[in-house]
Design a protein around this ligand. Sequence first.
Ligand code: FA5
Length: 335
Amino acid sequence: MLKDDFKNLLKQVQADIKSNMTKDDWLALEKKYLGRKGELNKLMDSLKTLAVEEKREVGKLANAVKLELENFFHKQKSIFNPVDENKTFDLTLPGEKYNIGHLHPITQIQEELEEIFASMGFIVEDGPEVESEYYNFDALNIPAHHPARDMQDTFFTAEGNVLRTHTSSVQVRAMEKYGTPLRCIVPGKVFRNEATDASHDHTFYQLEGLMIDKNISITNLIAVMKELLRGIFKQEVTVRLRPGFFPFVEPGFELDIKCLICRGNGCSVCKQSGWLELLPCGLIHPNVLRAGGIDPAEWSGFAFGLGLTRLVMMRYGIEDIRLLFGNDLRFLKQF
Ligand code: FA5
């Protein structure tokens, strides 16, 4: 029966094996059984003569036998060919290029800002991304149930902590840790329960800054902001302050810069106004200094909260914030 013939094939191979076979002997043996006109193919040809039902059953067995023989001869050959002898090493070929990545554009600008501020005597501070309500809100003069909490839609954890909605949460931490005088910046990730669009994301980067010393005024704030903008945009930048409300500063401002694209004449980027809103800032509220253990009668300071992600967009003319977090190499390789 054909079925037995297939089974016997394995026994026949075993019987054909002699001691001290050379590589050529193995190749010849393989050809005898697995070659185009070899024993296996002869039996395979006979499959045609079987009825459909039988063909299915014997065909299955035939394939199993074929696989076993192929594996068997492959193993034998690899003993003689531990490395592929056909492979040559061409010394004249150019070397393989490694793909080296680079820092994300946000990180690049963050590091530039850290250098600019370090040159003005600021330290770089860090804080937790999962924050207590106290440091994110209460310590910043935003008590529970104050309507100002609604300015930032918040992710709460089951334990009642928050994913920090701004880097301002590190202000009082830094005051507690370092006391006065204090100059520090806090770059970092913040989170808000926002619907995403071209200029808003639920996760983005800010860079907080604060300076506390004797007799700090708005003049100091403007001077430091201009130094920061000159460093980032590599040109003189005209700024203006408009009143802005944040419970943790008094007075509070929105700092605008004269549009660098149209030089103040009006274009689509500045919505024809000639000015671009860049960063909120102000003089630190006495209640916040007190929360940090600092006497507001003796010390004063300014704080600002730069939207780092938006700054990157403005510097490179990126029209959609989502491009920055899409992990698309075609986009990222441009920076
Ligand atoms: C604040 O977060 C205040 N903590 C800033 C501050 C610090 C004020 C110190 C005074 C003193 P605001 O919510 O406006 O403010 O956010 C600051 C900046 O973050 C904005 O100007 C903007 O550039 C950026 N920003 C806000 N929401 C988003 C968002 N959804 N996606 C991307 N950037 C955003």
